[in-house]
Design a protein around this ligand. Structure first.
Ligand code: KG4
Ligand code: ZN
Length: 385
């Protein structure tokens, strides 16, 4: 079967076409087409993501990304097709909050043949509600016009499956598994007794780790998104062996007997170090490295506690912050040295941050929820696993 997947929860507009052969979780997958447009350059000007701006950009980019994915898959077939006035009106009503998208999509329908897609998977949460709605309404419009069922997908489940994905199949999963989700909006420890059987056992009490990277970066005068910038400067500080900050940055909640974390104290400590000071490039790199070290240590310590407590056989690291080399390396070392019997799943770097391939995988896992009745399908910004 061929799944068309759509992701618009934050600042990437992504559409993918994935072929699945066999049943989840033993299927083989082939990515037929992948359209992904990052809005980062636009959000950088504002120093962060504004939901209204994200929504506008998704509305502009969805149809081009659909066309790109179809073209890559060899499934874009031009053909003059009549769209009745009634159908056009119905689409207009469905997309009344996204007039740009309605216009582009109706044009697309008028000039292309129906592609051979079996199901549409769309992120319906968590994320920025206005951004999510664009993707959800796009899925509903495609479903209505092409008569294809829709599967709502939880973005965080997508991140989990994206980490387990090994290019054309899912890697080995031994349960119970522990998933540590680290992204711009989430920092969560999730215990999995099986696929789709989730229990949240810990989370951040304030900022998500990616958010802390972004905020610390901003305090250091670095552009959005801050994660990659901090990572780059930290690598420089390590290569040059620059001396550590004294006193060192705090590791909030390192020793609390739970699986919760907190990053606001660390962020405040960074602010105190740089506030009203002219700092040199080397000093900036030192703060970046020490911040990264502190965040890494907190995650490693709490993951160790959670692995011991849950007896997990598998550790899955998911979310955009898994693009961080220092964090990846620290977890690889932890598993090799302390938990050699645990299987570690890290996403391919290209699938660390938001993409639509992970949404297709999750859609396949949730195939039973495919429905032609999309009227009740809604975006939910705070959807949990
Ligand atoms: O999963 P994701 O793409 O979007 C959300 O669902 O939030 O994660 C984005 C987050 C941002 O906060 C970004 O700064 C962070 O991931 N990030 C990184 C790195 N690359 C992206 N954080 C640390 N180091 C990186 N190399
Ligand atoms: Zn994400």
């Amino acid at each position: 079967m061929i799944i068309l997947s759509i992701e618009t929860s934050c600042d990437e507009t992504a559409v993918a076409l994935v072929e699945a052969k066999g049943d989840f979780p033993n299927a083989t997958y082939r990515v037929l087409g992948n359209g992904l447009l990052s809005q980062i350059d636009i959000h950088r000007e504002f120093g962060g993501v504004f939901p209204a701006v994200a929504k506008r950009e998704h509305a502009k980019a969805l149809v081009p990304m659909l066309a790109k994915a179809l073209l890559e898959a060899g499934m874009l077939s031009e053909k003059e097709t009549s769209v009745s006035e009634e159908a056009e009106k119905e689409l207009g009503v469905l997309l009344e909050r996204e007039p740009t998208l309605a216009e582009l999509l109706i044009e697309f329908f008028k000039h292309h043949e129906r592609p051979a897609i079996d199901a549409i998977a769309v992120t319906n949460g968590p994320g920025l509600a206005p951004a999510l709605w664009v993707g959800v309404n796009f899925a509903r419009a495609l479903s209505l016009h092409f008569h294809i069922p829709v599967i709502p997908v939880n973005h965080m489940e997508g991140h989990i499956l994206s980490s387990v994905f090994e290019g054309n199949h899912l890697g080995a999963m031994h349960f119970p598994a522990l998933a540590l989700l680290i992204s711009g909006g989430h920092t969560e420890f999730v215990l999995m007794k099986d696929f789709a059987a989730y229990e949240k056992i810990g989370s951040t009490l304030d900022d998500a780790v990616g958010e802390a990277f972004d905020k610390a970066a901003r305090m250091l005068g670095l552009p959005y998104p801050g994660g990659p910038e901090i990572s780059r400067l930290a690598a420089h500080a390590r290569a040059e062996n620059l001396p550590p900050l004294l006193p060192s940055l705090p590791r909030p909640m390192l020793h609390t007997p739970d699986f919760n974390v907190s990053f606001s104290g660390l962020k405040t400590a960074v602010r105190t170090r740089v506030l009203d000071k002219v700092i040199t490039d080397d000093e900036r790199a030192i703060v970046a490295r020490d911040f990264e070290d502190a965040a890494t240590e907190v995650l490693i310590k709490k993951a160790t506690r959670a692995l011991m407590h849950t007896n997990a056989q598998t550790l899955i690291l998911g979310g955009g912050v898994t693009a961080n080399s220092n964090i990846r390396a620290a977890f690889e070392t932890l598993i090799t040295q302390e938990f050699p019997d645990v299987t570690l799943h890290l996403p391919d770097r290209a699938l660390s941050t938001d993409n639509a391939i992970m949404i297709a995988l999750s859609g396949h896992a949730r195939l039973a929820q495919a429905s032609m009745n999309t009227e009740t399908l809604a975006a939910n910004g705070s959807l949990s696993l």
